[in-house]
Design a protein around this ligand. Sequence first.
Ligand SMILES: [Zn+2]
Length: 235
Amino acid sequence: MSSATGGLKELHQVHLDLEACHKQLESGPRRIAACERTAARKQAEIAAQKALITDLQKNADQKNLQFRTNEQHIEDLRTKLNQANSNKEFDIFKKQIEADTQANSGLEDAYLELLELVDAAKARLQELEVELTEIDVSVKNIKDEFKALEPKVKIQAAKLDVELRAAEKCIPQKMTEMYRRLIIAHGASSLAPLDAGACSECFVELSPQNIVEVRSAQIVICKSCGRLLYSADSE
Ligand SMILES: [Zn+2]
């Protein structure tokens, strides 16, 4: 097998390795940013939950105050009842006490209901805070992981850049420009091995003549997708 075809295979591998390095370098910051967005959303949820608790608590306090005030009012009516000068006056106070007591019982129910809502909202707040702590831990882990990985991958990428320049020497001068355009457009997939007589990128079968050309080390461009073809079993 000729060195040109073997060169393309090697060139393809260097491109693939380099692409994998770049993907690693891009995916770290992307994952960190995504995690930070999740943390920000959780913080907003916590702030909203705190505001809800404040509102519910305020409502509960108002109901409680109203309830206590009414209780006092009922007490006053009871004093008046005991001091009633006539049966008529007695009946009036009695009815008023009954009506006020009933109204106040509704108020007490509403107050107790609000207290339950406050408790439930506080429990939810605790859950949200635990969730935020978990998110913060994963942000930190991802950051630490990437901090450890980044320098290694950068060194590897720099090494591969050197290997790439050497491997690109198998591209004939007259095809250099076309090769550059291909790399800009398709990256590592600009090169494709033959797979059972077909282009492994677009799966279109090659003519028997093209197959022979690829196998005999000539650089063949896939007529369908424009990739540079090489024989997969080249040494
Ligand atoms: Zn193709």
